[in-house]
Design a protein around this ligand. Structure first.
Ligand code: FES
Length: 111
């Protein structure tokens, strides 16, 4: 379980949680107008990480999640791919909970 202060994550914005296990993907959190979501950092197209820059997962308009490799776009609220080579597939969600202005992410970054 990882905890991040809500004020660390502006809206719109995204935050990366790197994996310490090279065999496991990392995760990321997105703060969007509908709330906060978290996903594994693994594109359904090839399994590659979505971002090239740390903490940067949103498109230019800060509306959708963008895969930097081939440009797939995913809805921020549920990770559903609306455009690109994996259209119709989804990012894998990571459970989160918000308590007392803390975001709790059910993700183990590894050893
Ligand atoms: S790896 Fe994400 S769109 Fe190809």
């Amino acid at each position: 379980m990882i905890t991040i202060a809500l004020q660390q994550l502006p809206c719109p914005g995204s935050y990366e949680i790197e994996s310490r296990d090279p065999a496991k993907p990392g995760a990321f959190i997105v703060h969007h107008p509908q709330g906060i979501s978290a996903f594994l950092n693994r594109c359904p197209h090839t399994g590659a990480p979505l971002n090239w820059q740390p903490d940067q997962f949103l498109d230019f308009e800060q509306k959708h999640i963008l895969c930097s490799l081939h440009g797939a776009l995913f809805r921020s609220q549920d990770g559903f791919c609306i455009a690109g080579p994996c259209q119709g597939q989804s990012l894998e969600p990571v459970p989160i909970r918000i308590e007392q202005n803390q975001i709790q992410i059910d993700f183990n970054p590894g050893v």
